[in-house]
Design a protein around this ligand. Sequence first.
Ligand code: NAD
Ligand code: TDX
Length: 349
Amino acid sequence: MRKILVTGGAGFIGSHVVRHFVKKYPHYEIVNLDLLTYAGSLTNLIDIENAPNYRFVKMDIRVFEEISNLIIKHQITDIIHLAAESHVDRSITDPNAFVSTNVLGTCNLLIAARNFWKDNYNDHLFYHVSTDEVYGSLQETGFFTESTSYDPRSPYSASKAASDHLVRAFNHTYGLRTVISNCSNNYGPYQFPEKLIPLIINNILSQRSLPVYGQGQNVRDWLWVGDHVMAIDLIFHKAISGETYNVGGNNEMKNIDLVRSLCNILDRKLGNKEGTSEKLITFVKDRPGHDLRYAIDSSKLQAEMNWSPSKMIMEGLELTVDWYLNNKAWLQSITSGEYLNYYKKHYSN
Ligand code: NAD
Ligand code: TDX
């Protein structure tokens, strides 16, 4: 019997992970631990909230005693760790929030897991979900592999890099069974509209300007969130302790091209005249230290676990836009309060 603690399970990727594990593995017990910050919402999980193998606990990974007691109380056998502060722009204005949750919070979980599992490490796994941003920024060519040196360049990526190092240190020093995956930019349903794709969709729907940083020449590799979840499932069940896996979509796109594609898709679906939404595009001040390009070589995962992304970006964008159009109430509830203050502060200068 596996009792899996998923941290950050009320967030974007975490909610997809929780739903997938609850439905696919009814014989596993899934404990979703989340602080419900601005980025987490239980409305992301309404469809499974009463499932017999699921429970939610509101908790802060920065509070060691609570985490430790929870792991003992629920006899947790494995951890899939996604809880984090995850938005680069917020990390630029408030780095400490990222250090405390992403670094100290991860260390708390590692210590609590080590304490509880130390008599039989072999039966347990600590799976840390991380990002390709730890590798830094690429020029026009090349890809990040698992052996690319770490070179984080924002407070967010530095805090994720630090957490990755701690996970490896606990594997090396104490023998804790760990695995790390570093993934490219995810997109799909339930993504908080501070991130590029849902922000652009939301702004088109509310006829607000579409802020493109710099000249929109930065490149990201986009992965459908469901494909990330499939990778997490495979890695969780098959990975060798101490290994790292890169996960990527093979879907590189310049930001400006991505934004234009979203404009075209929405104009078509809303019945607008061609070119209507593009008029909203506004080039704004660049993000400080803006990484130029991310691109992932995921051949290790493809070769060892027969994983590959199922969706190309255009198909995924159509599905994503459809989801947001069909879930306007969710979007409305998520973009009130704190979001409005953040938006005003971040985009007014
Ligand atoms: P998200 O911001 O949507 O969700 C993060 C969740 O963590 C939220 O539900 C939030 O309430 C919770 N959380 C934050 N601080 C907490 C704390 N102190 N204690 C407990 N819970 C807390 O993030 P996401 O986009 O779903 O990313 C999930 C993970 O995947 C993160 O670790 C992120 O670094 C990583 N990742 C994200 C992407 C991406 O494109 N979104 C890509 C690669 C890796
Ligand atoms: O308003 C915007 N305008 C804009 O041009 C925003 C919010 C973003 N951008 C640009 C910045 C990036 O080049 O779009 C690109 C994507 O931005 P984000 O959605 O903020 O993602 P990014 O900074 O690439 O980081 C994401 O991918 C890796 C996630 O937020 C991280 O959590 C993940 O680890």
